[in-house]
Design a binder for this molecule. Structure first.
Ligand SMILES: [Zn+2]
Length: 81
């Protein structure tokens, strides 16, 4: 057991300084070269965009709910008068 130099996780590794997962990454890099970084960039930044979109969607929903609650409480208030 030890720390992998790449992910610094506590994964078990058999030899060298990389865990089995990072060894696979290294393997991909040796096969695909820069393509690996391009893929990581495009996939992970796209995921980030989606997360931001989702967050924006949640905020929108929350605002709509608040507006709805405001409207119904106003209505109730008016009904009492
Ligand atoms: Zn690792």
């Amino acid at each position: 057991m030890g720390l992998c130099v790449l992910c610094e996780g506590k994964n078990e590794f058999w030899f060298g300084a990389l865990c089995s997962n990072c060894r696979r990454v290294k393997h991909f890099i040796s096969i695909y070269g820069d393509r690996v970084y391009e893929v990581l960039d495009s996939v992970l930044s796209r995921t980030e965009d989606k997360q931001k979109l989702k967050e924006a969607e949640e905020i929108k929903k929350e605002i709509q709910n608040k507006e709805h609650n405001l409207r119904s409480s106003k209505k109730k208030l008016l009904e009492k008068v």
